[in-house]
Design a protein around this ligand. Structure first.
Ligand code: GLS
Length: 831
């Protein structure tokens, strides 16, 4: 609520007492929960008990709003957005829910009066790591914004028992530890054992005649597994609306246990149970995954089948007949992972609800929308027809039938262009026959969007060019955004307070464009001083945190130069490393030169099977070890790898960064969202014209952004002409000496072979053109260092970056989806 609109303090107090939000009520709720739910009292409670009690106390306050929202949505028969995503990365809930309830201060005081360490309680919460990176976190930001914008919605996904692995670093290498996030219980979820659906696999299909004599298809499965709903409330900021994150857990279907028991096969029964539960056991730890794994296909079908059955149940419970299904629901496919939903809805409408093909298709293709999140060819999902047929025989028939109808249309439109027909087919026929999930998603959806302007353009002109020729109106852009609640208010309370004080209100939290009010103060030296203090305080906090976890001590006065994201060659962490090695060599050559001190901070996980990414982590740590221990360097540059970068740990990073590294090869990063999180917290970006960087630069102004490198167009031109990385290596003496230093064994205790796979790949193939952009990157980094010397100027740029980030709120993104794609309206729930 804005400060200007606040009711009188007395009314606030009364209202808070009535709704259980007063300090006294919070304290009482906390002690009750500690006693009745945890079975503990203050004196013997562990830190985790205290956290659980705090979480339940907070959840109790959300439930009333949740029930009210559900009732209101039901009576209003509200159009509902169903966001289908194999990944959700919500981050710890407690702090975020306190912010959205508007009771951070009250809760802090209540904790204080009970003699509790509030920050320690918040830090106890385990990270619910049900996603890999940007894609899963985007889903979580969107859930926050859907609730804040009061749009009825359900996020559907999988309740993985083990989320993304925990990363530790041992001898410089990444070591994966299983993420047992549910071990101590999850106070935020509410199991719904009665919301349970059978999910079928395998077997065969057969034709039969129904009572009207019509020919119908029946699927006789070989396996049935149950999906059980677990609900997590998602509260909007400052509103009464609470939406639902509904995650499915796989369980053995009872009927199957019985069959095994009946024949005395106890082990078989247990085996079936274990096999069933495997489906929701663990998240595949690949960002931009390589397809192929049977269990993954099973997971995808599992959650979409449960979700579609749930929607059909809700349709019958609220509106009634299925004919209006596409008016009641809109289903957003978060990448192709849930695109089997298209075939599953067709199956349910036809086989279980008696619809003919045309009616079922009319509903299906009006209900689905699809977001593409990557152009990388290896990340585009395809499934071998033989695997698909074995697991989902009925769905393969439906996919074939969709394809037949679709290709007939293509043939009529593009007479004689069989080449095009072959490219657009849902089935790839070259080599092993495969189902192309992206093509299925485009054909089955009424709207397709990319996630940044550049990306959406490339979607239209490269990846889906044929489809765009055919259906130009189907394609849209919605540039990603992130929620300022999580990434500013929760992560950076100091900066948030300063912004509210400077702008005279906290309205910006709900309307991020209001950050523009900061511009008027961008030259104000009072603000400069406080801005600087806030940043330094965050840098000190991060330095202490990193010292504790890694032993490396950073100088808070140094430029905090941060690259935190999944480790991938296209993101080019090794380009960053080459710059670090350059700085090192310069300092070694002239130790007395006047260099601006820098702390290079990395964070990010590598897919466990991605050798090159793991080698990059090893190299970062190896370079860190040498530089940090070189007395001649004397701490002028420091390198540190933050282990286990995730939402929770990231919250230490965003507030402390001065420089944000967004250096992917242009045309490869669909959008990026870390770029937005850093900039919102006052970091300046060094970046290429890739993904949303392009729009960030447009917004903040080119004079407040450090641009370098080839454009996407230049990249494709270079590739067409033939790219020879070894020419750069041969011609650029500094580049050569940086690479040679890696090969010398300096960073590997004399082992000249350890990093060879990496350096050889750079010199001989360099698929992401690190060497081509090296020179421009080094020059740009020199520019950064010079700019940092002028503190006043830097601070002004930092303020302007924050002031101009309004566009990158996920509220804006969701508003665009609602208006242009979903056609949904807000349904406010009064507080
Ligand atoms: C990703 C892209 O790589 C990111 O650029 C993008 O910001 C994110 C959300 O749209 O989606 N695609 C993907 O498979 N993983 C991602 O993080």
């Amino acid at each position: 609520m804005s400060m200007a609109q606040s009711p009188e303090p007395l009314d606030v107090d009364r209202e808070r007492t009535r709704t259980g939000m007063s300090k006294t009520a919070l304290k009482q709720g906390f002690l009750d929960n500690l006693f009745y739910i945890q079975g503990r009292f203050r004196e013997v409670a562990t830190p985790h008990d205290l956290y659980m009690a705090a979480a339940y106390t907070t959840r109790d306050r959300i439930l009333e709003r949740w029930i009210k929202s559900a009732q209101r949505y039901k009576t209003n028969q509200s159009r509902t957005v169903c966001y289908l995503s194999a990944e959700f990365l919500p981050g710890p809930h407690l702090a975020n829910n306190l912010v959205n309830l508007g009771i951070v201060e009250t809760a802090t005081e209540a904790a204080h009066e009970l003699g509790l360490d509030f920050d320690a309680i918040i830090a106890e919460e385990a990270e619910p790591g049900l996603g890999n990176g940007g894609l899963g976190r985007l889903a979580a930001c969107f859930m926050d914004s859907l609730s804040t914008l009061q749009i009825p919605s359900i996020g559907y996904g999988i309740r993985y028992e083990f989320g993304i692995f925990d990363q530790t670093i041992e001898d410089g290498w990444q070591v994966e530890k299983s993420d047992n996030w549910l071990r101590n219980g999850n106070p935020w979820e509410i199991p719904r054992p009665k919301i349970r659906f059978p999910v079928l696999y395998g077997g065969y299909t057969e034709q039969y005649r129904d009572h009207d004599g019509r020919s119908r298809t029946r699927w006789v499965p070989a396996q049935i597994i149950d999906g059980v709903a677990y609900d997590t409330p998602i509260l909007g900021y400052g509103v009464g609306n609470v939406n639902l994150l509904r995650l499915w857990k796989a369980e053995a279907s009872e009927s199957f246990d019985f069959q095994a028991f009946n024949v005395g096969d106890y082990y078989g029964a247990v085996h079936a149970k274990i096999e069933a539960e495997t489906i929701s056991k663990v998240l595949y730890p690949n960002d931009e995954p390589e397809a192929g794994k049977e269990l993954r296909l099973k997971q995808q079908f599992f959650f979409v089948s449960c979700s579609i059955q749930d929607m059909i149940r809700l349709q019958f419970n609220t509106v009634g007949p299925l004919d209006s299904f596409a008016e009641k629901f809109v289903i957003q496919l978060n990448d192709t992972h849930p695109s089997l939903a298209i075939a599953e809805l067709m199956r349910l409408l036809m086989d279980e609800h008696d619809m003919d093909w045309d009616r079922a298709w009319d509903i299906t293709h009006r209900v689905f929308c699809y977001t593409n999140h990557t152009l990388l060819p290896e990340a585009l999902e395809t499934w071998s027809v033989s695997l698909f047929e074995r697991l989902l025989p009925r769905h393969l028939e439906i996919v074939y039938e969709i394809n037949r109808h679709f290709l007939d249309e293509v043939r009529v439109h593009f007479l004689g262009d069989e080449d095009r027909v072959r490219r657009m087919s849902l089935i790839a026929e070259d080599g092993e026959r495969r189902v192309r999930m992206a093509n299925l998603a485009v054909v089955g959806s009424r709207a397709v969007n990319g996630v940044a302007a550049l990306h959406s353009e490339l979607v239209k002109t490269t990846l889906f060019k044929d489809f765009h020729d055919f259906w130009p109106d189907r394609f849209h852009n919605v540039t990603n955004g992130v929620t300022p609640r999580r990434f500013m208010v929760v992560a950076n309370p100091r900066l948030s307070r300063l912004i509210s004080e400077t702008c005279g209100s906290d309205d910006w939290i709900r309307d991020l464009d209001r950050l523009r009010d900061l511009e008027a103060h961008a030259m104000d030296s009072g603000l400069h001083e406080r801005w600087h203090e806030v940043k330094i305080a965050a840098k000190r906090d991060l330095a202490a945190w990193l010292k504790h976890r890694t032993g490396v001590l950073l100088d808070p006065e140094a430029i905090f130069d941060v690259q935190a994201k999944r480790i991938h060659e296209y993101k080019r962490q090794h380009l960053n490393l080459l710059h670090i090695i350059r700085c090192y060599q310069r300092l070694k050559q002239s130790p007395n030169q006047d260099m601006v001190p820098r702390a290079f901070i990395f964070g990010g996980k590598a897919a466990p099977g991605y050798f090159m990414a793991k080698l990059i982590i090893k190299l970062i740590n190896a370079v860190a070890e040498v530089i940090n221990n070189d007395p001649q360097i004397n701490g002028f540059i420091r390198v540190v790898f933050m282990p286990d970068f995730n939402v929770k740990n990231g919250q230490h990073l965003y507030p402390a960064a001065n420089l944000s590294e967004q250096i992917s090869l242009a045309g490869k990063e669909a959008s990026g969202t870390g770029n937005m999180k850093f900039s919102m917290n006052g970091a300046l970006t060094i970046g290429t014209l890739d993904g949303a960087n392009v729009e960030i630069r447009e917004e903040v102004g080119k004079e407040n952004f450090f641009l370098f490198g080839m454009s996407a167009e230049e990249v494709s031109q270079r590739q067409r002409e033939g790219y020879h990385p070894w020419e750069h290596y041969a011609k650029d003496a500094e580049l050569k000496s940086d690479i040679d230093l890696i090969n010398s064994g300096l960073f590997s205790h004399g082992d000249t072979q350890l990093f060879r796979p990496l350096t050889d790949r750079l010199v001989n193939q360099d698929p992401f053109m690190v060497l081509a952009d090296y020179r421009a990157y080094i020059a740009c980094q020199d520019h950064v260092a010079e700019a940092y010397r002028d503190h006043r100027h830097w601070t002004r740029m930092s303020i302007l970056n924050v002031a101009r980030m309004g566009k990158f709120s996920s509220d804006r993104a969701i508003r665009e989806y609602a208006e242009h794609i979903w056609r949904t309206e807000p349904h406010p729930i009064d507080l």
